[in-house]
Write a protein that binds this ligand. Sequence first.
Ligand SMILES: Cc1cc2nc3c(=O)[nH]c(=O)nc-3n(C[C@H](O)[C@H](O)[C@H](O)COP(=O)(O)O)c2cc1C
Length: 181
Amino acid sequence: MEKILLINGSLRKESYNGKLLRAVSNELAKTTRFETTFCPNLDLPLLNEDLEGTNLPQSVLEFRSLLKAHSIVWIASPEYNGAPSGPLKNAIDWATRPPENLWAGKICVISSASPGALGGARGLIQLRTILSGIKCWVIPEQVQCSVAHEAFSPDGALQNGAVVKQIQSTLTGLQSFLDWR
Ligand SMILES: Cc1cc2nc3c(=O)[nH]c(=O)nc-3n(C[C@H](O)[C@H](O)[C@H](O)COP(=O)(O)O)c2cc1C
């Protein structure tokens, strides 16, 4: 089994990105290849180098060890002002710090849900660059769930068939990468 960690860049309770990750988890379950874990929300203290070394906050230690235990990460993040969310960037930064950049060598899938027409495309361009810069393998496929306020049913199920297809083709891309690796 391949261990995959699902990370939501939003802290919002009714987050569309959280719902998108639920749909991702449903598709992952169909393959029987993956053991899926949802990362707890990224409500970490703001990065402060004064807290590094022996003073690392407990929540940061927990996030770091969860990340360390997974070789594959699927991120869904809101786009805030054209960029990945602050909580996500903060968590990414915490996990790059000594004693070890824990992102190095991770296989990453990126996705975004937004009520807007572009589905967070601008934020994903930046997220791909950031993750590549910290030595992640970011697969070429990605998921952009646009008009997210209409994409989910009241019980949170993804009802936009085009986005389901995007998740499926992205998952195919991930599996091809894993086979090639
Ligand atoms: C500070 C802020 C900036 C935002 N900027 C963008 C943006 O640049 N592009 C976009 O598509 N949506 C933007 N939005 C709207 C978010 O896409 C929307 O709030 C979305 O529901 C957040 O994701 P979530 O549902 O997973 O929490 C912004 C929202 C906030 C709070």
